[in-house]
Design a protein around this ligand. Structure first.
Ligand SMILES: Nc1ncnc2c1ncn2[C@@H]1O[C@H](COP(=O)(O)OP(=O)(O)OP(=O)(O)O)[C@@H](O)[C@H]1O
Length: 310
């Protein structure tokens, strides 16, 4: 994959919202039952033009179900889902969006170029085939039948298809799962270029490093509803934890500490009041070394938030 060719140019939107932000997609108080599971439980979420919104949540929290409603693959039991003001089940709404196919299943005997062109044919102003192949590192595989692709190559083709139609918005469900580190960073470049040129992205991921690298906003989903949303910094600040790292013989009992871990002989103590924790450490005359006071990572913030509502 490469990000140094011509920019992707999604057509500009016209759904101006009250605040001046263009509303691309929205779910309002959505419920969806799958079998015996209430997969979505009153979920509300907005996606605005030009942003990269990361939907983060533990396994089974409802991320894929949310995307499937936005893609018109499923209908809500209750509540409203809109894509550019339209029902996502309408072909006109779906022409605006790109997504990776479910399970990356391609007809085995079709060549890579043929699959790309099949998807391009469904969009009014797709990107040139050569550009898509080049951007996703598929040029040397253009005549390969998809049945002969490796897992990582199939994944790249799947991602290429999400962007092939030059859509206004792209929905990506765990886009870098199964990609090696190099391919993952290359995809990040493609996504950044797409955003810079006016595109909008909603992605789900388990890689918090990916969120910190790309997202302009985060929504945390837990048990089928959004429990928090904001910028990466706002999410971290909301949790307001600091991490004390230190080596001691036994885990100390300190005020403010809400969670602790022992990693490779070093205690990680997550505290709401680092000053009080450190003062107590010294007052208790605890023998320690290598003390560090660090801001929490997004991963720690996320674990705390979802843990807090168990
Ligand atoms: N076809 C189905 N039939 C019954 N239950 C389902 C079905 N699909 C999903 N579920 C359940 O709905 C809930 C939400 O699933 P969903 O796939 O949306 O979660 P997710 O956040 O994407 O999970 P993961 O991170 O593991 O991919 C889970 O409890 C899941 O087991």
């Amino acid at each position: 994959m490469t990000n140094n060719s011509t920019l992707l140019h999604p057509p500009t939107g016209s759904n101006e919202g009250l605040s001046g932000s263009v509303l691309v997609a929205s779910l309002q108080d959505v419920y969806k039952r799958l079998g015996k599971v209430e997969a979505l439980n009153g979920l509300s979420l907005n996606l605005f033009a030009g942003e990269l919104l990361a939907l983060l949540g533990p396994n089974g929290s409802g991320k894929t179900t949310t995307l499937s409603l936005l893609l018109g693959r499923r209908k809500p039991d209750k509540g409203t889902v809109r894509l550019y003001g339209l029902n996502p089940c309408l072909p006109l709404a779906r022409q605006q969006i790109g997504s990776t196919p479910q399970d990356s299943l391609f007809p085995d005997t079709l060549k890579v170029t043929e699959v790309v062109n099949l998807v391009r044919a469904h969009f009014p102003s797709p990107l040139p085939t050569e550009e898509i192949l080049q951007r996703f590192g598929l040029t040397s595989l253009e005549n390969r039948q998809t049945g002969g692709l490796s897992g990582g190559q199939r994944r790249k083709l799947s991602l290429a298809l999400a962007f092939a139609g030059n859509p206004r918005v792209v929905f990506l469900d765990e886009p870098t799962a199964g990609l090696d580190v190099e391919a993952r960073h290359e995809l990040w470049g493609v996504i950044r270029t797409y955003i810079t040129s006016g595109g909008t992205v909603l992605l789900t991921t388990h890689y918090l490093e990916e969120v910190e690298a790309l997202a302009s906003r985060i929504a945390i989903i837990h048990r089928g509803r959004i429990i928090n949303e904001g910028s990466v910094e706002a999410i971290k600040a909301h949790v307001g934890l600091k991490c004390l790292r230190l080596t001691t013989e036994r885990q100390p009992e300190l005020p403010g500490v809400v969670r602790s871990e022992l990693k490779q002989g070093i205690y990680h103590l997550y505290t709401r009041d680092a000053d009080a924790s450190v003062r107590s450490l010294i007052q208790q005359n605890i023998d320690f070394s290598g003390l560090e006071v660090l801001p929490t990572s997004l991963e720690e913030a996320f674990l705390h938030m979802t843990g807090a509502v168990e």
